[in-house]
Design a protein around this ligand. Structure first.
Ligand code: PLP
Length: 353
Protein backbone atom coordinates (compact mmCIF):
# COMPACT_ATOMS: atom_id res chain seq x y z
CA UNK A 1 0.00 0.00 0.00
CA UNK A 2 1.21 3.46 -0.83
CA UNK A 3 1.82 5.67 2.21
CA UNK A 4 -0.71 8.08 0.76
CA UNK A 5 -3.81 5.94 0.52
CA UNK A 6 -7.23 7.49 1.19
CA UNK A 7 -10.15 5.30 2.33
CA UNK A 8 -11.52 3.06 -0.40
CA UNK A 9 -14.78 5.06 -0.56
CA UNK A 10 -12.79 8.18 -1.39
CA UNK A 11 -10.60 6.45 -3.98
CA UNK A 12 -13.70 5.06 -5.69
CA UNK A 13 -15.27 8.48 -6.12
CA UNK A 14 -14.28 11.19 -8.48
CA UNK A 15 -15.92 14.04 -6.55
CA UNK A 16 -18.79 16.29 -7.50
CA UNK A 17 -18.00 18.98 -9.99
CA UNK A 18 -20.10 21.27 -12.06
CA UNK A 19 -17.49 22.66 -14.44
CA UNK A 20 -16.70 26.34 -13.70
CA UNK A 21 -16.13 27.73 -17.17
CA UNK A 22 -15.70 31.45 -17.66
CA UNK A 23 -18.47 32.37 -20.13
CA UNK A 24 -20.74 35.41 -20.48
CA UNK A 25 -24.00 33.49 -19.87
CA UNK A 26 -23.84 31.07 -16.94
CA UNK A 27 -27.02 29.02 -16.73
CA UNK A 28 -25.61 25.85 -15.19
CA UNK A 29 -25.85 26.02 -11.39
CA UNK A 30 -29.33 27.41 -10.61
CA UNK A 31 -28.10 30.55 -8.89
CA UNK A 32 -30.24 33.66 -8.87
CA UNK A 33 -29.40 35.84 -11.88
CA UNK A 34 -29.99 38.92 -9.73
CA UNK A 35 -27.54 40.56 -7.33
CA UNK A 36 -28.74 40.76 -3.73
CA UNK A 37 -30.51 44.02 -2.71
CA UNK A 38 -28.14 46.99 -2.77
CA UNK A 39 -29.28 47.99 0.73
CA UNK A 40 -27.83 44.75 2.03
CA UNK A 41 -24.59 45.10 0.05
CA UNK A 42 -24.18 48.65 1.39
CA UNK A 43 -24.56 47.41 4.97
CA UNK A 44 -21.71 44.90 4.72
CA UNK A 45 -18.83 47.27 5.47
CA UNK A 46 -20.55 48.37 8.68
CA UNK A 47 -21.18 44.75 9.63
CA UNK A 48 -17.54 43.84 8.99
CA UNK A 49 -16.40 46.80 11.12
CA UNK A 50 -18.61 45.69 14.02
CA UNK A 51 -17.18 42.16 14.30
CA UNK A 52 -14.86 41.24 17.21
CA UNK A 53 -12.44 39.60 14.82
CA UNK A 54 -10.10 38.31 17.55
CA UNK A 55 -12.94 36.37 19.20
CA UNK A 56 -14.58 33.12 18.20
CA UNK A 57 -18.12 33.47 16.88
CA UNK A 58 -21.27 32.74 18.87
CA UNK A 59 -21.09 28.98 18.71
CA UNK A 60 -24.82 28.44 18.64
CA UNK A 61 -25.56 31.33 16.22
CA UNK A 62 -28.38 32.15 18.63
CA UNK A 63 -29.67 35.36 17.05
CA UNK A 64 -29.77 33.93 13.54
CA UNK A 65 -31.39 30.71 14.70
CA UNK A 66 -34.04 32.57 16.64
CA UNK A 67 -34.89 34.70 13.62
CA UNK A 68 -35.16 31.71 11.27
CA UNK A 69 -37.17 29.76 13.85
CA UNK A 70 -39.66 32.56 14.33
CA UNK A 71 -40.18 32.82 10.56
CA UNK A 72 -41.18 29.15 10.52
CA UNK A 73 -43.13 29.18 13.78
CA UNK A 74 -40.61 26.82 15.38
CA UNK A 75 -38.38 26.84 18.46
CA UNK A 76 -34.69 27.82 17.95
CA UNK A 77 -33.83 24.32 19.24
CA UNK A 78 -35.49 22.97 16.06
CA UNK A 79 -33.15 24.92 13.76
CA UNK A 80 -29.49 24.55 12.80
CA UNK A 81 -27.65 26.79 10.34
CA UNK A 82 -24.74 25.61 8.21
CA UNK A 83 -22.31 26.77 5.54
CA UNK A 84 -24.71 26.09 2.69
CA UNK A 85 -27.34 23.41 2.80
CA UNK A 86 -24.71 20.99 1.52
CA UNK A 87 -22.97 21.28 4.89
CA UNK A 88 -26.29 20.66 6.57
CA UNK A 89 -26.73 17.52 4.45
CA UNK A 90 -23.23 16.47 5.50
CA UNK A 91 -24.05 16.97 9.20
CA UNK A 92 -27.22 14.90 8.75
CA UNK A 93 -25.25 12.08 7.14
CA UNK A 94 -22.42 12.25 9.68
CA UNK A 95 -24.98 11.90 12.47
CA UNK A 96 -27.47 9.52 10.84
CA UNK A 97 -25.54 7.84 8.02
CA UNK A 98 -22.06 6.35 8.38
CA UNK A 99 -20.73 2.80 8.26
CA UNK A 100 -23.29 0.03 8.66
CA UNK A 101 -26.23 2.27 7.76
CA UNK A 102 -28.19 2.64 4.54
CA UNK A 103 -29.20 5.87 2.82
CA UNK A 104 -31.93 5.93 0.17
CA UNK A 105 -32.93 8.26 -2.66
CA UNK A 106 -34.97 8.10 -5.82
CA UNK A 107 -33.08 8.68 -9.07
CA UNK A 108 -32.65 10.88 -10.93
CA UNK A 109 -32.06 13.36 -8.11
CA UNK A 110 -29.46 15.68 -6.58
CA UNK A 111 -26.14 13.89 -6.70
CA UNK A 112 -24.79 15.13 -3.36
CA UNK A 113 -26.98 12.75 -1.32
CA UNK A 114 -25.21 9.67 -2.68
CA UNK A 115 -21.84 11.39 -2.75
CA UNK A 116 -21.88 12.58 0.88
CA UNK A 117 -23.49 9.35 2.10
CA UNK A 118 -20.63 7.35 0.56
CA UNK A 119 -18.02 9.67 2.03
CA UNK A 120 -19.45 8.91 5.49
CA UNK A 121 -19.16 5.19 4.73
CA UNK A 122 -22.91 4.51 4.45
CA UNK A 123 -24.29 2.25 1.74
CA UNK A 124 -26.46 3.92 -0.84
CA UNK A 125 -29.63 2.39 -2.26
CA UNK A 126 -31.72 3.91 -4.99
CA UNK A 127 -35.30 3.62 -6.12
CA UNK A 128 -36.62 4.64 -9.49
CA UNK A 129 -39.10 7.32 -10.48
CA UNK A 130 -41.96 7.07 -12.91
CA UNK A 131 -41.65 8.32 -16.48
CA UNK A 132 -43.01 11.71 -15.37
CA UNK A 133 -40.30 11.71 -12.64
CA UNK A 134 -42.73 11.65 -9.71
CA UNK A 135 -42.44 8.90 -7.11
CA UNK A 136 -44.40 5.69 -7.39
CA UNK A 137 -46.00 4.70 -4.05
CA UNK A 138 -45.30 1.01 -4.81
CA UNK A 139 -41.62 1.83 -5.35
CA UNK A 140 -41.51 3.81 -2.08
CA UNK A 141 -42.88 0.75 -0.30
CA UNK A 142 -40.46 -1.59 -2.04
CA UNK A 143 -37.35 0.45 -1.19
CA UNK A 144 -38.41 1.15 2.41
CA UNK A 145 -39.25 -2.47 3.22
CA UNK A 146 -36.33 -4.00 1.31
CA UNK A 147 -33.51 -1.65 2.38
CA UNK A 148 -34.68 -0.20 5.70
CA UNK A 149 -32.79 3.07 5.16
CA UNK A 150 -31.72 5.11 8.19
CA UNK A 151 -32.08 8.23 6.02
CA UNK A 152 -34.23 8.78 2.93
CA UNK A 153 -33.85 11.90 0.78
CA UNK A 154 -36.62 13.57 -1.13
CA UNK A 155 -35.66 16.61 -3.17
CA UNK A 156 -38.77 18.74 -3.69
CA UNK A 157 -38.94 20.37 -6.20
CA UNK A 158 -36.52 17.81 -7.53
CA UNK A 159 -33.16 18.77 -9.01
CA UNK A 160 -32.48 18.18 -11.93
CA UNK A 161 -36.00 17.36 -13.15
CA UNK A 162 -37.85 20.36 -11.66
CA UNK A 163 -40.75 18.10 -10.75
CA UNK A 164 -42.89 18.98 -7.73
CA UNK A 165 -43.83 15.89 -5.75
CA UNK A 166 -47.48 15.37 -4.81
CA UNK A 167 -47.89 15.84 -1.06
CA UNK A 168 -49.40 12.35 -0.77
CA UNK A 169 -46.02 10.83 -1.72
CA UNK A 170 -44.28 12.57 1.18
CA UNK A 171 -47.06 11.32 3.46
CA UNK A 172 -46.52 7.77 2.15
CA UNK A 173 -42.80 8.11 2.72
CA UNK A 174 -43.31 9.34 6.28
CA UNK A 175 -45.58 6.36 6.98
CA UNK A 176 -43.24 3.75 5.54
CA UNK A 177 -39.71 5.05 6.20
CA UNK A 178 -38.05 3.29 9.13
CA UNK A 179 -35.70 6.26 9.67
CA UNK A 180 -35.40 9.96 8.92
CA UNK A 181 -37.02 11.54 5.87
CA UNK A 182 -35.05 14.55 4.65
CA UNK A 183 -36.90 16.90 2.30
CA UNK A 184 -34.44 19.15 0.50
CA UNK A 185 -36.31 22.35 -0.31
CA UNK A 186 -33.57 24.31 -2.06
CA UNK A 187 -36.22 25.51 -4.54
CA UNK A 188 -39.22 25.81 -2.21
CA UNK A 189 -39.94 29.45 -3.12
CA UNK A 190 -40.69 28.45 -6.72
CA UNK A 191 -42.99 25.60 -5.73
CA UNK A 192 -46.66 25.50 -4.76
CA UNK A 193 -46.19 23.70 -1.44
CA UNK A 194 -43.64 23.16 1.31
CA UNK A 195 -43.19 20.56 4.04
CA UNK A 196 -41.74 23.14 6.47
CA UNK A 197 -45.01 23.61 8.42
CA UNK A 198 -45.11 19.84 9.06
CA UNK A 199 -41.89 19.83 11.13
CA UNK A 200 -42.50 18.86 14.76
CA UNK A 201 -40.70 16.93 17.50
CA UNK A 202 -42.60 13.65 17.12
CA UNK A 203 -42.28 13.23 13.34
CA UNK A 204 -39.04 11.95 11.71
CA UNK A 205 -39.17 14.77 9.16
CA UNK A 206 -36.24 17.07 8.39
CA UNK A 207 -36.49 20.00 5.96
CA UNK A 208 -33.45 21.77 4.51
CA UNK A 209 -33.34 25.23 2.94
CA UNK A 210 -30.66 27.38 1.34
CA UNK A 211 -29.84 31.04 0.76
CA UNK A 212 -28.04 30.13 -2.47
CA UNK A 213 -30.96 30.22 -4.90
CA UNK A 214 -33.92 32.59 -4.41
CA UNK A 215 -32.07 34.69 -1.87
CA UNK A 216 -29.22 35.56 -4.27
CA UNK A 217 -26.52 34.64 -1.76
CA UNK A 218 -24.72 31.64 -3.27
CA UNK A 219 -21.39 33.32 -2.51
CA UNK A 220 -22.17 33.64 1.22
CA UNK A 221 -22.67 29.86 1.73
CA UNK A 222 -25.63 29.62 4.14
CA UNK A 223 -28.32 27.00 4.53
CA UNK A 224 -30.34 25.62 7.41
CA UNK A 225 -32.34 22.69 8.67
CA UNK A 226 -35.71 22.51 10.39
CA UNK A 227 -35.99 19.32 12.42
CA UNK A 228 -37.14 17.70 15.66
CA UNK A 229 -35.07 18.82 18.67
CA UNK A 230 -33.46 15.39 19.05
CA UNK A 231 -32.26 15.53 15.46
CA UNK A 232 -30.83 19.02 15.92
CA UNK A 233 -29.01 17.86 19.08
CA UNK A 234 -27.41 15.05 17.08
CA UNK A 235 -26.42 17.44 14.29
CA UNK A 236 -24.79 19.74 16.83
CA UNK A 237 -22.53 16.86 17.83
CA UNK A 238 -21.56 16.32 14.19
CA UNK A 239 -20.95 20.04 13.53
CA UNK A 240 -17.48 21.45 14.06
CA UNK A 241 -17.17 23.97 16.89
CA UNK A 242 -17.70 27.56 15.68
CA UNK A 243 -18.51 26.31 12.20
CA UNK A 244 -20.46 29.48 11.32
CA UNK A 245 -18.23 32.55 11.26
CA UNK A 246 -19.26 35.81 12.93
CA UNK A 247 -19.46 37.81 9.73
CA UNK A 248 -21.71 35.23 8.11
CA UNK A 249 -24.03 35.15 11.11
CA UNK A 250 -24.45 38.93 11.09
CA UNK A 251 -24.62 39.27 7.30
CA UNK A 252 -27.25 36.53 7.04
CA UNK A 253 -29.33 38.12 9.77
CA UNK A 254 -29.14 41.42 7.88
CA UNK A 255 -30.14 39.66 4.64
CA UNK A 256 -33.30 38.31 6.26
CA UNK A 257 -34.51 41.89 6.59
CA UNK A 258 -34.55 42.02 2.78
CA UNK A 259 -36.37 38.74 2.11
CA UNK A 260 -39.44 40.46 0.67
CA UNK A 261 -37.35 42.22 -1.94
CA UNK A 262 -35.73 38.97 -2.94
CA UNK A 263 -38.83 36.80 -2.99
CA UNK A 264 -40.58 39.46 -5.11
CA UNK A 265 -38.30 38.31 -7.92
CA UNK A 266 -39.76 34.81 -7.82
CA UNK A 267 -42.71 35.91 -10.00
CA UNK A 268 -40.31 37.30 -12.61
CA UNK A 269 -38.32 34.05 -12.63
CA UNK A 270 -41.50 31.98 -12.99
CA UNK A 271 -42.61 34.11 -15.96
CA UNK A 272 -39.20 33.67 -17.60
CA UNK A 273 -39.36 29.94 -16.86
CA UNK A 274 -42.62 29.69 -18.82
CA UNK A 275 -40.99 31.58 -21.66
CA UNK A 276 -38.01 29.20 -21.71
CA UNK A 277 -40.23 26.11 -21.62
CA UNK A 278 -42.32 27.46 -24.50
CA UNK A 279 -39.24 28.38 -26.54
CA UNK A 280 -37.65 24.96 -26.01
CA UNK A 281 -40.82 23.15 -27.05
CA UNK A 282 -40.98 25.36 -30.15
CA UNK A 283 -37.38 24.37 -30.90
CA UNK A 284 -38.45 20.72 -30.95
CA UNK A 285 -37.18 19.75 -27.47
CA UNK A 286 -38.89 17.47 -24.99
CA UNK A 287 -39.53 19.65 -21.90
CA UNK A 288 -40.57 18.69 -18.37
CA UNK A 289 -42.78 20.97 -16.27
CA UNK A 290 -40.74 22.73 -13.59
CA UNK A 291 -41.57 24.03 -10.13
CA UNK A 292 -38.03 25.40 -9.72
CA UNK A 293 -35.77 28.04 -11.31
CA UNK A 294 -34.49 25.70 -14.04
CA UNK A 295 -35.88 23.59 -16.86
CA UNK A 296 -34.90 20.05 -17.87
CA UNK A 297 -35.11 19.36 -21.57
CA UNK A 298 -34.07 16.83 -24.19
CA UNK A 299 -32.95 18.37 -27.47
CA UNK A 300 -34.32 16.81 -30.64
CA UNK A 301 -32.24 15.15 -33.31
CA UNK A 302 -29.11 17.29 -32.75
CA UNK A 303 -28.40 15.44 -29.48
CA UNK A 304 -27.35 16.68 -26.04
CA UNK A 305 -23.58 16.70 -26.58
CA UNK A 306 -23.79 18.73 -29.81
CA UNK A 307 -26.27 21.18 -28.35
CA UNK A 308 -24.24 21.60 -25.12
CA UNK A 309 -21.10 22.36 -27.15
CA UNK A 310 -23.01 24.58 -29.58
CA UNK A 311 -24.29 26.63 -26.67
CA UNK A 312 -20.82 26.86 -25.14
CA UNK A 313 -19.43 28.04 -28.51
CA UNK A 314 -21.98 30.86 -28.24
CA UNK A 315 -20.86 31.74 -24.70
CA UNK A 316 -23.71 29.95 -22.90
CA UNK A 317 -23.11 27.29 -20.26
CA UNK A 318 -25.90 24.85 -19.30
CA UNK A 319 -25.73 21.63 -17.28
CA UNK A 320 -25.19 18.38 -19.12
CA UNK A 321 -27.34 15.83 -17.27
CA UNK A 322 -27.09 13.13 -19.92
CA UNK A 323 -24.88 10.95 -17.73
CA UNK A 324 -27.32 10.92 -14.77
CA UNK A 325 -29.53 7.87 -14.20
CA UNK A 326 -32.60 7.99 -16.44
CA UNK A 327 -31.62 11.26 -18.12
CA UNK A 328 -29.96 10.14 -21.35
CA UNK A 329 -29.84 13.03 -23.79
CA UNK A 330 -30.99 15.64 -21.24
CA UNK A 331 -29.71 19.13 -20.47
CA UNK A 332 -30.75 21.53 -17.70
CA UNK A 333 -30.92 25.28 -18.08
CA UNK A 334 -31.18 27.75 -15.20
CA UNK A 335 -33.57 30.67 -15.61
CA UNK A 336 -31.41 33.75 -16.12
CA UNK A 337 -32.10 37.40 -16.77
CA UNK A 338 -34.37 38.38 -19.64
CA UNK A 339 -31.31 39.08 -21.84
CA UNK A 340 -29.61 35.79 -20.91
CA UNK A 341 -32.76 33.80 -21.64
CA UNK A 342 -33.12 35.55 -24.98
CA UNK A 343 -29.52 34.64 -25.87
CA UNK A 344 -30.17 31.05 -24.84
CA UNK A 345 -33.42 30.72 -26.82
CA UNK A 346 -31.86 32.34 -29.89
CA UNK A 347 -28.99 29.87 -29.73
CA UNK A 348 -31.40 26.95 -29.29
CA UNK A 349 -33.39 28.03 -32.33
CA UNK A 350 -30.16 28.13 -34.36
CA UNK A 351 -28.98 24.76 -33.08
CA UNK A 352 -32.29 23.07 -33.82
CA UNK A 353 -32.69 24.58 -37.29
C1 PLP B 1 -28.37 24.16 -5.08
C2 PLP B 1 -28.87 23.05 -4.23
C3 PLP B 1 -28.56 23.01 -2.88
C4 PLP B 1 -27.83 24.17 -2.30
O1 PLP B 1 -26.67 23.92 -1.77
P1 PLP B 1 -25.94 25.07 -0.93
O2 PLP B 1 -24.87 24.29 -0.29
O3 PLP B 1 -26.95 25.61 0.05
O4 PLP B 1 -25.49 26.10 -1.90
C5 PLP B 1 -29.06 22.00 -2.10
N1 PLP B 1 -29.86 21.06 -2.62
C6 PLP B 1 -30.19 21.07 -3.92
C7 PLP B 1 -31.11 20.07 -4.47
C8 PLP B 1 -29.69 22.06 -4.76
O5 PLP B 1 -30.01 22.05 -6.05
Amino acid sequence: MSRIEPREQIVAMSGYHSPQVDVPVRLNTNESPFAPPSGWVDSLAGIAASIDWNRYPDRSAAALRAEIASRHGLDPAQVLVGNGSNEVLQMILLAFGGAGRTVAMFEPTYQMYAQIARVTGASVVTGERRADFTLDPAEIERVMSRDKPAVTFLCNPNNPTGVVEPRSNLEALLQLAPGLVVVDEAYAEFSDWTAAPMVRDDLPLVVTRTFSKTLSLAALRVGYVLAPRRVVEALEVAALPYHLDSFKQAATLAALAHTDEMTARVAEIKAQRARISGGLAAAGCEVWPSGANFVLFRPGSAGAATVWQGLLDRGILVRDCSGWPGLAGCLRVTVGTDAENSAFLRAMAELSA
